[in-house]
Structure formats: structure tokens, C-alpha cells
Design a protein around this ligand. Structure first.
Ligand code: NAP
Length: 342
């Protein structure tokens, strides 16, 4: 066995929330064979598996995790050229997402710039089908190479079978089953930028989008996000804690009779997406509110932040308080975007 299995390893340093208990077993894997080895270990021990990337979208319970945590550090970026319109780029799941986006733009590829400054790893990107400013990663994924922990073999899942939806995918629906090893992206050069979102339109007001480069859009996204998001070195946080809810048109119209300026974004299926941050900020008035060591960030109500000493229990309590307020005022049941690990 080439992997080293450690016992009772504190998980807080491996998460951006910087809180939570220990992993009963813990190992780092650096290639596909080590991933398979780790899974076999868990199978023999009859314990659960949690594959960890950047730890930026999880909240570990104070009691910790009783199974095996596999820290994915599979690296590498391989370009397969030879196609007229596009290149296929295979990237190790343990690569940092934003470093990959920067690298892709440096090499002249277009499309991922709107997904700049999203924390986490490349392997986590298709799981949540990360999206921002009108772009979703699923549109750029050609296939996902993984180890299936149920059938115990390597597989390649093509884009059409990834079940990509809003912040959702096959890998999220069957949580814990698939250990992602590499993601293959289909990237093009010289495609138009997308600045349809208000924040980007405002940033580039008066500028002809045809003159904009992917790098200019990336720089804008980094600047806009840095103003809305807390400094990860100062705060414990997992970024947006709740999903933006999509509700029926009737429900939206009902809420609008009471809160006439609530923004709504019609979806292709007739439903309406609403901003959870707007509701927390304007209806529940919770922006900047703290309870003990946990609060909402002063510049973005959707982002929960913690002070040193916070517990996962405190985060759960505080998030319930926010959810209760939103449900009481609007009838909307908010869902957490962050995965609860226990
Ligand atoms: P924002 O731009 O203020 O948008 C808030 C909500 O309104 C989101 O649900 C967004 O939809 C929707 N929205 C805004 N303009 C829209 C438009 N022109 N057409 C359709 N829907 C529109 O949100 P923010 O908090 O500052 O975040 C900026 C972007 O980063 C958003 O796209 C957000 O979803 C994304 N983000 C992604 C992650 C992640 O992937 N884990 C985490 C945090 C933020 P969308 O959500 O569909 O964009």
C-alpha cells in the first residue's frame, strides 16, 4: 500500500470554515491508483468515504466524521490539441479551481472567466455545477473521469450523462458514490464574452462587449467578488451558505404584493429565481447580524462568517434562525448550499 492512513485527524484546517471535529481515518491521494487503494481500505474497514477537495463548501460537525476522509491532491493539466475549433484539456481533480481558470485565460482559452475567484478544487466544480454571472461549468465539461466506489472500477462519464442542472449533477445526487479523478474540459479560443449580469454591465458601462477580452472580464469578476466576499484568511466561511430559491410564478407574485421591489429572474420552466441575499438583507434585515461567534458578512447577507472559537453547532443554530425568518416572511423554505459532514 502506498497511501498513508492516519487516525483521528482534525478536519478544521482542511476546511475554509475552519471548524469541526476529527476524521476517524484520513489519507492524501495523488493519483488514480491511490484513490482506488483508499476506497478498498474503506470497503475492508466497512466505513464511509468523504472525498475532500478545497474544503470550501462543507461544514464539519463538532463530533467529526466517523469514516475515511480522502484528501484529493491529484494534479496535472494536459492539453490535447489537434481539433480545429477546440482543445480538450484534462485537469487533475486536486488542482485549485481559480488557478486553473487563470491558466486557461493565460493560454488564450475563453469561457471560464465568469467563474473566476470561486474557491475550491477542479474536482468539486462539476459536483455542484458551479456557476456565476450567467455561466455554468457543465457547459465546458466534456467528461469526468472517476472511480465508482460502488462497482469498484474506473469510469468516464460523458457530459450528457452528468445530469447537470442548477448547482446540481449526478455526482451530487449520488453523494459519496463517485470519487472524481480528472475533469476533461472542452475549451475554445476567440469566443465572445458574457457580461449580461447587472454587476458586469455596471462595471463595463459604455464599453462595447466586442472589445473585451476574457482577461478583462476575469479581472472585473475578481474585483466585484472581492468587494462582496470576506477575506478567507480573516474569517471562517464557506461563501454563500444558502441556494438562491426558485419558486412558482404565483408564489413570486404573492410575495411581490407585499415587497414590490423584490427582484425575480424568470426561468425557462416558468418559475422565478429570487435572490436569497436580497430577502435576508431587505426583509429579514440580517446583513451584518451576529449571534455569538457566527454572523452574516456585512457586505453580503448570503455569506455566513465565523470568528475564532465558533462551533459547527452555532453555525447550524444561526442558519436555522435565518431560514425561519425567510419562511415566516415569504413562505420560502431555503436550502443550504453547503454540505453538512457528520
Ligand atoms: P447576484 O449577481 O446578486 O445574483 C443574485 C441572484 O439573482 C442569483 O440567483 C442570480 O442567479 C440571479 N440573477 C442576477 N442577475 C441575473 C440575470 N441577469 N439573469 C438571471 N439571474 C440573475 O449574486 P451574487 O451573490 O453577487 O453572486 C454573483 C454570481 O456568483 C451569481 O451568479 C451567483 O450564483 C454566483 N455564485 C456561485 C456560487 C457557486 O457556484 N457555488 C457561489 C456563490 C455565488 P444565478 O445564481 O443563476 O447566477
Amino acid at each position: 500500500m502506498t497511501i498513508v492512513i492516519e487516525e483521528n485527524v482534525p478536519l478544521a484546517p482542511y476546511t475554509t470554515f475552519k471548524i469541526g471535529g476529527q476524521a476517524r481515518f484520513f489519507c492524501i491521494v495523488r493519483n488514480a491508483e491511490e484513490m482506488a487503494e483508499a476506497v478498498v481500505f474503506a470497503r475492508v474497514e466497512k466505513i464511509r468515504i468523504l472525498v475532500l477537495g478545497g474544503g470550501s463548501n462543507i461544514l464539519v460537525s463538532d463530533a467529526g466524521y466517523s469514516g475515511l476522509v480522502i484528501k484529493n491532491e491529484i494534479l496535472g493539466r494536459f492539453v490535447e490539441g489537434g481539433n480545429v475549433d477546440y482543445d480538450l484539456v484534462t485537469v487533475g481533480a486536486g488542482e485549485n479551481w481559480d488557478a486553473f481558470v487563470e491558466w486557461s485565460i493565460d493560454r488564450g482559452y475563453c469561457g471560464l472567466e465568469n467563474l473566476s475567484a470561486i474557491p475550491g478544487s477542479v474536482g468539486a466544480s462539476p459536483v455542484q455545477n458551479i456557476g456565476a454571472y450567467g455561466v455554468e461549468v457543465g457547459n465546458y465539461v466534456k467528461s469526468v473521469k472517476l472511480y465508482d466506489t460502488v462497482t469498484m472500477d474506473f469510469k468516464t462519464v460523458e457530459q450528457a450523462d452528468c445530469q447537470f442542472e442548477y448547482r446540481d449533477s449526478l455526482f451530487k445526487k449520488q453523494k459519496g458514490r463517485y470519487a472524481i479523478i480528472q475533469v476533461v474540459f472542452c475549451l475554445r479560443k476567440n469566443t465572445p464574452v458574457n457580461i449580461e449580469y447587472k454587476d458586469l454591465q455596471g462595471y463595463f458601462a459604455g464599453v462595447d462587449p466586442k472589445t473585451l477580452t476574457s482577461l478583462a472580464v476575469r479581472n472585473a469578476v475578481v474585483e466585484i467578488r472581492s468587494k462582496k466576499l470576506p477575506d478567507w484568511r480573516m474569517w471562517g466561511t464557506a461563501g454563500s451558505f444558502f441556494k438562491n430559491p426558485t419558486i412558482s410564478k404565483e408564489k413570486f407574485e404573492k410575495i411581490r404584493t407585499k415587497y414590490s421591489d423584490i427582484p425575480g429572474y424568470p426561468q425557462p420552466d416558468g418559475r422565478v429565481k429570487v435572490s436569497a441575499a436580497w430577502i435576508l438583507d431587505n426583509i429579514c434585515k440580517t446583513k451584518g447580524l451576529f449571534q455569538g461567534n457566527v454572523g452574516t458578512y456585512e457586505r453580503q447577507a448570503l455569506v455566513l462568517v465565523t470568528k475564532p472559537g465558533a462551533t459547527a453547532g452555532e453555525v447550524v443554530e444561526f442558519s436555522k434562525k435565518l431560514m425561519n425568518c425567510v419562511e415566516k416572511e415569504t413562505g420560502i423554505k431555503m436550502e443550504s448550499e453547503v454540505d453538512w459532514v457528520n
